[in-house]
Design a protein around this ligand. Structure first.
Ligand code: ADP
Length: 297
């Protein structure tokens, strides 16, 4: 199947135009219509280290992220899940003192190459944060924000409607699009943030503990939404909730904190990365088994 077969033509064009704007010369074999039946790798990480002010926080991560998968990053607090997630859209660039070493390929191109514009890259690789962060604007204006920045004037109503439908929020807000977004519940605000993210038709959605501030019903809605969204987008999610990883993800990466011999320095290490079912039922590494079975936390 061609990689973009299910994606509307306009979204394909938009993704390719966005890649061009970001300075990412997506290789021909990754472009729409040239899938060749191969399972596409969206990201390839090779020996990635992340340091904060010279101190290693994540060490030696090598992994591939597959297209239209939900990939979960799990592990105890402080093992570097959020740090690693931020590597995928160069958000660590915004943290003073943060340094990313090693290689991160995005559709085969160096995401950290000198020609890549990180601001544009973040439109292709969007992020949803732990705490819903709508702008102090109307529901409509929140969703229209990204398309307007991209200079889109035509069909804005349709874009907003489609994004809200895509985020499973349309029915709840269609009669009050001009109301301030702060009037929505926490769960609705988080779906609004997802709508804002998908309104610019990204390729990848990164989610950093998107349900941790939500009640169980809202969490369930976001989880259902993730399963729907992966029809069109590749998703990488950080979660401290193992049941959530087991419910929504196709592949799971387990990270943990490693200490040096003197126990002075600590950093996050990728212990195991595999199909989610394997990680939760028959992991290869004892440390994964101990973690997923709740023996260590
Ligand atoms: P997790 O998401 O698994 O809880 P983090 O990625 O937040 O882990 O943190 C990994 C390590 O990096 C921790 O030791 C944390 O203190 C450190 N760290 C995270 N963000 C920063 C930052 N902005 N500045 C300095 N150190 C940081």
């Amino acid at each position: 199947m061609a990689p973009d077969e299910t994606r509307p033509e306009s979204a394909r064009e938009s993704r390719e135009a966005a890649a061009e704007r970001a300075g990412i010369a997506v290789r021909p074999e990754f472009q729409s219509g040239n899938g060749g039946g191969l399972r596409e790798k969206v990201f390839e990480l090779k020996g990635v280290d992340v340091l904060y002010s010279g101190v290693t926080a994540v060490k030696g991560v090598s992994m591939d992220i597959h297209r239209k998968d939900v990939t979960a990053l799990i592990g105890p607090s402080g093992c570097g899940k959020s740090t690693l997630l931020r590597c995928f859209n160069r958000m660590n660039d915004l943290i003073p003192g943060a340094e990313v070493k090693g290689e991160i390929l995005y559709h085969g191109e160096n995401l950290y190459g000198s020609g890549v514009d990180p601001v544009q890259a973040r439109k292709l690789i969007g992020m949803v944060f732990q705490k819903p962060n709508p702008f102090p604007k109307s529901i409509y204006d929140n969703v229209a924000f990204g398309p307007r920045i991209l200079g889109r004037k035509d069909g804005l109503d349709e874009t907003v409607e489609n994004a809200l439908k895509g985020a499973a929020l349309w029915d709840e807000v269609k009669d009050r699009l001009k109301d301030n977004a702060f009037g929505l519940s926490g769960g609705q605000q988080q779906r609004l943030c997802i709508a804002r993210c998908i309104a610019v038709q990204p390729d990848v959605i990164l989610m950093d503990e998107p349900c941790s501030a939500l009640d169980p019903i809202s969490t369930g809605k976001i989880e259902d939404l993730m399963i729907e969204l992966k029809e069109e987008f590749s998703i990488v999610i950080v979660t401290h909730n193992m049941q959530q990883a087991a419910r929504v993800s196709d592949r799971t990466a387990f990270l943990m904190v490693e200490l040096d011999a003197e126990e002075h320095n600590r950093w996050g290490r990728l212990v195991e990365y595999d199909e989610t079912e394997k990680i939760f039922t028959n992991p290869a590494d004892k440390r994964t088994e101990d973690y997923v079975s709740g023996k260590v936390g």
